[in-house]
Design a protein around this ligand. Sequence first.
Ligand code: PEP
Ligand code: MN
Length: 264
Amino acid sequence: LISRKWRVEPTRIDLGDGVMVGEGSFSIMAGPCSIESESQIESVVAHLKENNVKIMRGGVFKPRSSPYAFRGMGMDGLKMFHRICRENGIKVITEVMQVSQIEEMIDYVDVFQVGARNSQNFNLLDSLGEAQKPVLLKRGISGTLEELLQAAEYIFSHGNEKIMLCERGIRSYEGAYRNVLDLNAVPVLKEKTHLPVIVDPSHGIGLRDYVESMSLAAVMAGADGIIYETHQTPEKAFSDAQQTVNFQESAKMIQRMRQTYELR
Ligand code: PEP
Ligand code: MN
């Protein structure tokens, strides 16, 4: 069902209020790795509004490598995140980690993110297929494109066609950066499927100095959108500080990504 052979027309996803994702629109989704406080959300929202960005990312349930690391603000954080975004005309994307969270989260999100570690959590995918809310599905940490497409098929086959695929880097032997952002995936996925393809350069390379170059490369490779991490004071971010850009860098990136998209 997710194949171009089954549907030639590119899928476009309507998030409401004129915010579209998919071919014909270039989507920017930006925000902190984790939601931390009301003032943090307000500062990001102000930055996004200044730059006409309509979708804010931010995790409230965080998958962390260590169980002792910050695990997120949970539902209280999500309600605050959603309220401030609604007041400012911004859409919310946040990660859902398990089936039992879908129901409590659904009224407070515009897009459910499925993280790399849950890319093949088939029960979660089944349930999101029934949820009728857009889903951004990340590629697994060592996932193949076929596995990503099959994961999307789980969601689609339950009746939810509002799926975006996300390349976020795959694990390799290289230690100079966090992951290898596989930009080969972009044109290949675009040919294989009608679903929008989004690239996450922040997790893809994991080092803030290179996030801009990789985002521009992703745009030229044909990505329908970019999702990345930004924070007022990246060094103080509760998670993924090393790959988070500040607002000045973010503003420059937004401008250059839009210029690059125009060149395509
Ligand atoms: C995130 O978006 O902060 C995140 C945890 O991403 P991933 O699942 O790609 O590691
Ligand atoms: Mn992160």
